[in-house]
Design a protein around this ligand. Sequence first.
Ligand SMILES: C[S@@+](CC[C@H](N)C(=O)[O-])C[C@H]1O[C@@H](n2cnc3c(N)ncnc32)[C@H](O)[C@@H]1O
Length: 195
Amino acid sequence: MNKLLWNLKTRYYKLFRSFYPFQRILNKENSNLVTLINQVELKGKSVLDLGVGTGNVLEYLNGAKSIIGLDFTYSMLLEARESYPNLPFIQADALSIPVKTKSMDMITAVGLIEYIKDIIPFFEETCRILKNGGCLVLTFSPANFWTRMRLLLGHPIYVRTSDQLKGVIQQYNFQIIDYQQSMMQHQVLLQKSVE
Ligand SMILES: C[S@@+](CC[C@H](N)C(=O)[O-])C[C@H]1O[C@@H](n2cnc3c(N)ncnc32)[C@H](O)[C@@H]1O
């Protein structure tokens, strides 16, 4: 049901995000993302974008040696491939990622974890795949009016406070490098411990 709904949403996803006020909100989210991503030296690095959707994050990963997009929705991957025909894409669940242990320098997960009920398997996987010292760019949804509006789009949204997230971040030996906020989203740059 979850995947079916995403497949249905794909057609309207980009269109919806091009209308006011969503476009303005999205511009702010993207500018925050750029602020976080620009703190990481991407030259020669490998990046995995989880929940790639139609490929919004990919345009900010210039300079990386390799970029892989992962999503469990086939129609989203088709759209992403249309915009980025030379990149590899994987259709898989972000809770069971078919990528080698300690193989990635950076993972991005933008607009993803609010759709994941239990984030422990998500952290297990990202922690497994990241090299020591690797970075995770993660966004999450705060409990507010805008998040409640998103419920109208059909998917359950799992809101999290920054304190809840901080507990898990510490548990998995990540350090918070930077933190940004916009109306619908909080964005955080994490670094996995080097040991
Ligand atoms: C709101 S979109 C975000 C897309 C993109 N990251 C962006 O910033 O525009 C969420 C995406 O996550 C995908 N998704 C949701 N749960 C997932 C899961 N457990 N594993 C893989 N992809 C998932 C959906 O198919 C959808 O494409």
